[in-house]
Design a protein around this ligand. Structure first.
Ligand code: ADP
Length: 562
């Protein structure tokens, strides 16, 4: 039965009970009041008339007022004959009263009158007793039925009090428990109610919802597990080492390559704080010390490997939720680079000998003792000579670069005077300066202290800076060489007033093989400044550039005083 019907029936029942209780009460009260009214109206008032007649009878013979009273009460009695036999007694009374009035001295009539009045009184007293009995019976009846109704009502109300809260609260309790379980992700929770009312329907709807949630949870869980396995497989197949941390630095995972590099097992360190691992693990320490992207040489599996450390922060759009460090394996590139350097070194070295002999031959050809050449031949030899110079410069730079790249810079550090370095460089570029009608101005401070340097390599750097200055200067321009002391260093500066370098390229001019886009075709290899930096830094110095585009450049290097 539906809850609504149950409630309606319950209320209808209560209504009927209250109504019948009320009707019965009213009926019985009416019956009782009718009985009382009848006693009063029919009998009690007759007794009063009788009393009045008895009192006035005493003085009827001598007092006309008494006769009037008697007459009045008698006529009232005549209108109130209610009991069986009362009428005859009243007629008897009237007859004797009329006779008494005719012969007031006759006591027989008075005697008869008294008897008639007594009969009337008896009849009415008996009636009062009877009616009183009836009223008592009615009252008892009312008490009986009302008691029965009260008892039934009490039992019904008691049953209602005991059962009704349960009817409502038990399913509500079950539903509330179910909802709490679902909120706690316990999607296997079901509610079993054996009722077919609204609560039963609600339980059915709840169970359907829980079933759907359960299905969804399982399907998305298996999807997530599938994705997790897929990603783990990809991560483990990678040639790069990968290690992940949560936002507090606890290890979440590491792949097989990382396990090998760290010499640790994922299962052992998962959940551990990275700083704790760093205490006993060199690689972890190196990774944590420096958060920048940088190259690392790692000795693992009995060989040297090269990795680029690439830290990637992970956030969920609002805050940092972890960090992944990828150790990219660049060993194959390193090997290729090494092969390239070796190849360049070998080729340059092999080319140097024949080129030097060509150079020697052109010198011999220019010597008049060998024989005269006509003008065209002289120009041809000159062109060969220039090209050989360029080739020699390029092979020299390539050889130097090979030295730098293999870490084999052979420095011959010795006490050297700055003037000596400047002199060698000045001499080397004198011809080029003259050819381009340039002016080389020297500003060398007096009493410069000696420096600790490799004179050959330092001169090479200065010559390279001067060659660039000559190359990028306008015809008839000036180039200034300034040498001065700066605390415990000596600064060498080469300034030109050529086209200068655009700001955006300034940071890159010292990079290997870098040439400012749009540079002169024959500008060279793009290695000169890179080698210069390596040579200067290897000697404990520094090199830098400042330039205004269109106005010229100023290259400066410093070397430590002895
Ligand atoms: P290169 O051998 O090609 O000159 P460098 O390493 O010496 O190579 O120079 C790198 C680049 O820097 C050059 O290609 C050139 O564009 C620029 N550069 C070097 N010196 C100057 C200078 N004095 N004025 C303008 N640009 C220069």
């Amino acid at each position: 039965m539906r809850l609504k019907t149950k409630l309606t029936l319950g209320l209808v029942f209560l209504f009927i009970v209250i109504l019948s209780f009320g009707i019965m009460g009213i009926v019985y009260i009416n019956l009782l009041s009718k009985d009382a009214r009848l006693i009063l109206k029919d009998n009690h008032i007759t007794l009063e008339y009788c009393n009045n007649m008895l009192k006035s009878l005493e003085s009827v013979s001598r007092d006309t007022g008494a006769v009037t009273v008697f007459e009045h009460n008698l006529s009232m009695q005549e209108k109130n004959e209610t009991e069986v036999g009362e009428r005859n007694a009243t007629i008897e009374l009237r007859k004797n009263f009329d006779r008494l009035k005719a012969s007031p001295g006759d006591s027989t009539y008075a005697h008869n009158i008294r008897n008639a009045i007594y009969r009337i009184q008896d009849l009415n007293q008996l009636a009062i007793l009877r009616k009183n009995k009836t009223a008592s019976a009615t009252a008892e009846n009312a008490t009986f039925w009302l008691t029965i109704i009260v008892t039934i009502l009490t039992i019904v109300a008691f049953t209602f009090i005991i059962n009704f809260p349960g009817i409502i609260s038990a399913p509500l309790q079950a539903l509330s428990e179910g909802i709490t379980a679902i909120a706690g992700k316990n999607y296997s929770k079901r509610i079993y109610l054996k009722q077919s009312d609204e609560f039963g329907e609600l339980a059915g709807a709840f169970n359907t919802m829980a079933e759907k949630l359960d299905e969804y949870e399982h399907s998305s869980l298996s999807q997530i597990l599938f994705e997790k396995t897929r990603i783990e497989t990809i991560i483990n197949q990678m040639k790069d080492g990968i290690i992940g941390f949560d936002e507090k630095g606890h290890v979440l995972f590491m792949n097989a390559v990382a396990e090998n590099l760290f010499g640790l097992k994922e299962a052992e360190i998962t959940g551990q704080y990275n700083a704790d691992i760093a205490i006993r693990n060199d690689l972890m320490r190196t990774l944590l010390q420096d958060r920048e992207k940088k190259e690392l040489k790692i000795y693992a599996d009995g060989k040297e490997s090269f990795f680029i450390k690439d830290p990637i922060t992970v956030n969920n759009g609002e805050q940092l939720i972890g960090e992944v460090i990828v150790l990219r394996n660049i060993t194959p590139f390193h090997e290729l680079d090494e092969a390239k350097t070796n190849f360049i070194a070998t080729v340059s070295h092999e080319l140097k000998t024949p080129m030097s002999s060509i150079k020697m031959s052109t010198r011999l050809l220019n010597d008049t003792r060998v024989g005269d050449m006509n003008k065209e031949q002289q120009e041809l030899v000159k062109s060969i000579d220039d090209d050989i110079d360029r080739l020699l410069k390029i092979t020299g730079e390539l050889l130097n670069m090979a030295q730098v790249e293999t870490g084999n810079i052979q420095l011959k550090l010795q006490q050297t005077t700055p003037e000596q370095v400047v002199e060698v460089a000045q001499l080397a570029v004198a011809t080029q300066v003259a050819q381009r009608n340039l002016q080389l101005q020297l500003f060398v401070q007096n009493n410069l202290p000696p420096i600790m340097a490799d004179p050959e390599k330092t001169s090479w750097v200065l010559i390279n800076l001067l060659t660039n200055a000559i190359k990028y200067s306008h015809e008839n321009g000036t180039i200034e060489i300034t040498v001065k002391r700066d605390n415990n260093k000596v600064l060498f500066a080469v300034a030109d007033h050529g086209r200068g370098i655009e700001e955006k390229y300034l940071a890159r001019v010292f990079d290997r093989y870098f040439k400012v886009p749009g540079s002169i075709e024959k500008a060279g290899t793009g290695l000169g400044l890179a080698i210069s930096r390596e040579f200067i830094e290897a000697q404990g110095g520094q090199i830098w550039v400042s330039s205004s585009y269109g106005e010229g450049s100023r290259f400066v290097f410093s070397l430590p005083v002895v």
